[in-house]
Ligand binder design. Structure first.
Ligand code: ZN
Length: 300
């Protein structure tokens, strides 16, 4: 009975928080990831206390990938987005992942600071998952977010306040932001302030029109960009196999491959565990974002 009450409360809280609508327009397929927290409450697993000890990757293993030890594969960086709303066992289980995997934490949420402290305790690097304005006005990036055309001082204040909530952050990436990241002036201010704070920017690449490369070049800053969304369109083995297959095209590249996934459900955790088991089987190295940053080329 008590568990039922908790479940209902969590469900109501999630419904209240959930974003409406779906990003459309020039974002293409990746904009599906801008729909945050729209999973049904049954799937959020927040009250579940069971932990899967092992992950069955037999089906994935049956897949014959073409891979040779002579192929030079860049290391992978994995960032999990949208921490801040989850707590309890699901959060703990994400924290039990290999320490190279980074947590991107949304500010201003009930568990933003708890998540940052847990990441610190479990040696995961933290990124500020900065809410930014999407093209679709019906999507809600959060209580406070970076808008296109914001004044420099306002952007600086906001980023400083977000950073204060997770002072162990080493970088930042955008939550949504298909409008804000496409605006040169806005991103120029964002990158300048992040640099002041000693943080670098990872572009989640939610638009094909990102102004980040141009702004970073002008400022002489190194930035990284997301290559793969692991959980798009779903968390099935077929999708995972497709993603593993797609790694082949990065062979020989110097820059690490950046993979982003999300923390919303246990299904996403299990898919990520399978992916990690598979890539470690293939001898691909996993590195934290700070190590990636050292490997990035400086802009010309
Ligand atoms: Zn996000």
């Amino acid at each position: 009975m008590e568990k039922f009450t908790v479940t209902v409360l969590v469900a109501i809280a999630l419904l209240m928080f959930s974003c409406k609508g779906k990003s459309v327009g020039d974002d293409g397929v990746e904009s599906q990831n801008e729909q945050e927290w729209t999973d049904s409450p049954e799937n959020t697993d927040q009250t579940e206390s069971t932990t899967e000890a092992t992950v069955d990757i037999s089906e994935l293993k049956a897949y014959q990938y073409s891979w040779s030890e002579n192929d030079k594969m860049p290391p992978l960086v994995i960032v999990i987005d949208d921490f801040g709303q989850s707590s309890g066992q699901l959060l703990e289980d994400f924290a039990a992942l290999p320490r190279e995997i980074a947590f991107a934490i949304l500010p201003d949420l009930p568990h933003s600071q708890t998540s940052a402290r847990l990441a610190d305790k479990t040696s995961h690097e933290v990124l500020i998952h900065v809410p930014m304005q999407p093209v679709d006005n019906s999507a809600n990036p959060g209580k406070r977010y970076i808008k296109s055309g914001m004044e420099q001082a306002e952007i600086a204040d906001l980023l400083q306040e977000f950073y204060a909530q997770m002072p162990n952050a080493i970088a930042a990436n955008n939550h949504m932001g298909s409008a804000a990241t496409a605006d040169y002036a806005t991103m120029n201010y964002v990158l300048q302030e992040l640099d002041e704070l000693g943080l670098f920017f990872l572009d989640s690449a939610t638009t094909g029109k990102s102004a980040v490369p141009a702004a970073a070049l002008k400022l002489g800053q190194k930035t990284a960009k997301r290559d793969i969304f692991l959980d798009v369109p779903d968390n099935s083995d077929a999708t995972l196999i497709g993603k593993i297959q797609s790694l082949g095209k990065y062979k020989g590249r110097n820059e690490p491959v950046v993979i982003i996934t999300h923390c919303h459900t246990r299904d996403k955790l299990i898919a990520l565990q399978k992916f990690i088991a598979q890539i470690s089987d293939m001898g691909i190295e996993l590195i934290p974002p700070s190590k990636m940053y050292k490997k990035l080329a400086s802009p010309a």
